[in-house]
Ligand binder design. Structure first.
Ligand SMILES: C[S@@+](CC[C@H](N)C(=O)[O-])C[C@H]1O[C@@H](n2cnc3c(N)ncnc32)[C@H](O)[C@@H]1O
Length: 199
């Protein structure tokens, strides 16, 4: 069971540089991201990995053919992730106060949104939507409200929270019940949402 506080010191989490034991660590590209990209026959364009942490999702996208920017609030995480590939533009950036200027065809968020405090979700949205081209895609993977509430770890996100936050600016094409495959067993229950930014 999770016993980590909701509010994390992300610099501390990544301080010792060893990422492969972290609960969310997955060496391969997330299975839902991969399946969705295959179904849509997407393998190029500008992609952003938001809250990249260990950088493995950015690496998976880069290997498929995307030109990838990957950001995280933690300088320690970014310093470590930079060792994975020189093809990826790794940068420190806080999505609640983003300095990014580019616009992307695809943004993936695996586990960042569900760490954002509920009162900051609108700010997350305001900044995120500036980073996606009209018609661009957002892949969101987060803990679901089917994962038992413990008061610890990530916020549990319901379908109605996703609709409430995103539906004004995005067409929600899919919300699917899934699992977050990492080091935690059993795999935490998750939601995978695919959204297209309105024109
Ligand atoms: C659960 S981890 C997931 C990491 C990575 N996406 C993965 O799947 O391996 C959440 C990540 O979001 C980052 N994060 C948290 N708040 C953030 C913010 N405001 N802006 C950017 N990144 C943030 C954390 O530093 C952490 O690396």
């Amino acid at each position: 069971m999770d016993t980590v506080p909701r509010k994390r010191d992300w610099e501390e989490v990544y301080r010792n540089g060893s990422v492969d034991g972290l609960p969310w660590y997955r060496k391969e590209l997330d299975n839902d991201f991969k399946d969705e990209l295959i179904n849509r026959q997407l393998s190029d364009g500008e992609a952003l990995d938001l809250g990249t942490g260990p950088g493995t999702q950015a690496l998976g996208l880069s290997k498929l053919g995307f030109k990838v920017t990957a950001v995280d609030i933690s300088k320690n995480a970014i310093e470590e992730a930079k060792k994975l590939s020189s093809d990826i533009d790794f940068e420190v950036d806080d999505i609640l106060n983003s300095k990014l200027k580019k616009k992307f065809d695809l943004v993936v968020d695996r586990g960042c949104f569900h760490t954002i405090e509920p009162e900051d979700r609108k700010t997350y949205l305001t900044n995120l939507k500036k980073l996606i081209k009209p018609g661009g895609l957002l892949f969101l993977k987060c803990f679901s409200d089917r994962e038992p509430e413990t008061g610890f770890g990530p916020y549990r996100i319901s379908e109605s929270i996703i609709k409430d936050i995103f539906s004004k600016d995005f067409v929600i094409e899919k919300i699917k019940h899934s699992e977050m495959r990492g080091n935690r067993k059993p795999n935490p229950k998750a939601l995978f949402a695919v959204m297209k930014k309105k024109l």
